[in-house]
Design a protein around this ligand. Structure first.
Ligand SMILES: [Zn+2]
Length: 336
């Protein structure tokens, strides 16, 4: 399998462009991180904790042979992420931004976050009628679901971790974007259980998917969110990441931004990835772009091309456990 994936890398790099969404610009930055398809030795999954000495290695103080290495960080729960993907893609199904199914998905996400101890608020906004990837959709209201840790103050330094909850009209959206929402939910659990370096605001965005061409007719939820942030709040966001299409198997994790800022979040994520291979690229096709346009440092994780994109075939089978775990691990190391 490793050999097969390694051979597929040049093809994937050619095809990916990091953002098969509408208006996706071409990738024009070359990979800067470890060679794709080559997880570090002793780290077959690419998700072993960094700096963990191998058992019995001379000159280290690692555990003695026979004992498993002690994890540096608590790990993401793949079963929980997979269950969230199934819930959204199979039980809820297609959920375009102004549909009853989207509201159901938003209620589910809010309830999950409340259960984890977060303070949940919803903000609604208008979305115009338009064309949802070939299907006419009427105007209506969509919403963002915002989950804050107890005592959260948006004027103080914090991080924002988000994923869009909507799909295009026909797609069950397992990869696009139940995968991202599942990772957000899991990161929220890890953050609640183990703490983070800065307070983290988690957001499920409504209406990311396009309703027409151009840079105004998509990303409605994140554009609304950014528009409501006072200058002090924008300055307080130390970094925002959008998890969008993060579960299709690839030998690396895409780490991208729109290319207009100083790239600090991309660099920090690549750094946080440790032994997990990453590829950087330019990508303006997800909610991080709304933040970047407002001069808030931001980046996107995810965007591997796949056959079921924006179609009925976007089912849980396209989402890979290992890829979910890698992405969750990169993000977790970044917020931790
Ligand atoms: Zn998406």
């Amino acid at each position: 399998m490793r050999a097969l994936l390694a051979t597929a890398v040049p093809l994937l790099l050619l095809l990916s462009g990091c953002g098969g969404d509408a208006d996706a610009p071409k990738a024009d930055r070359m990979p800067t991180s470890p060679t794709p398809g080559q997880p570090s030795a002793g780290d077959p999954d690419g998700v072993a904790p960094r700096d963990t000495p191998r058992p019995g290695e001379p000159g280290t103080t690692g555990p003695s042979p026979g004992q498993p290495p002690k994890p540096e960080l608590p790990a993401a729960d793949v079963d929980a992420m997979r269950a969230a993907v199934r819930h959204l893609a199979v039980r809820v199904g297609p959920r375009h931004a102004t549909s009853p199914a989207f509201r159901e998905a938003a209620s589910w996400f809010g309830a999950e976050m409340r259960r984890l101890g977060y303070t949940v608020t919803e903000e609604t906004f208008r979305v115009p009628a338009g064309d949802s990837w070939g299907v006419p959709v009427t105007a209506g209201r969509s919403l963002n679901v915002i989950a804050d840790p107890p005592g959260f103050d948006p004027s103080q330094p914090h991080l924002v971790v988000g994923a869009h909850l909507d799909t295009v009209a026909v797609s069950p959206g397992a990869e696009d974007n139940a995968s991202g929402v599942a990772v957000v939910r899991e990161l929220a659990r890890l953050a609640a259980d183990h703490g983070t370096r800065l307070p983290v605001r988690f957001v499920a965005f409504g209406a990311e998917e396009p309703r027409g061409p151009g840079d105004d007719l998509h990303h409605f939820g994140s554009q609304h969110r950014v528009g409501r942030m006072a200058p002090a709040e924008r300055a307080a966001v130390r970094g925002m990441i959008s998890l969008d299409r993060v579960g299709v198997r690839a030998p690396y994790v895409p780490v991208c931004d729109g290319g207009t800022g100083d790239g600090r979040v991309v660099r920090a994520l690549v750094d946080a990835a440790g032994g997990i291979p990453t590829n950087t690229c330019e990508d303006r096709a997800s909610d991080h772009w709304s933040y970047e346009k407002a001069d808030v440092p931001a980046a996107r994780l995810g965007s591997i091309p796949y056959a079921g994109y924006h179609a009925e075939g976007d089912r849980p089978e396209v989402v890979d456990d290992l890829q979910l775990r890698r992405v969750a691990t990169v993000a977790w190391r970044w917020i931790r």
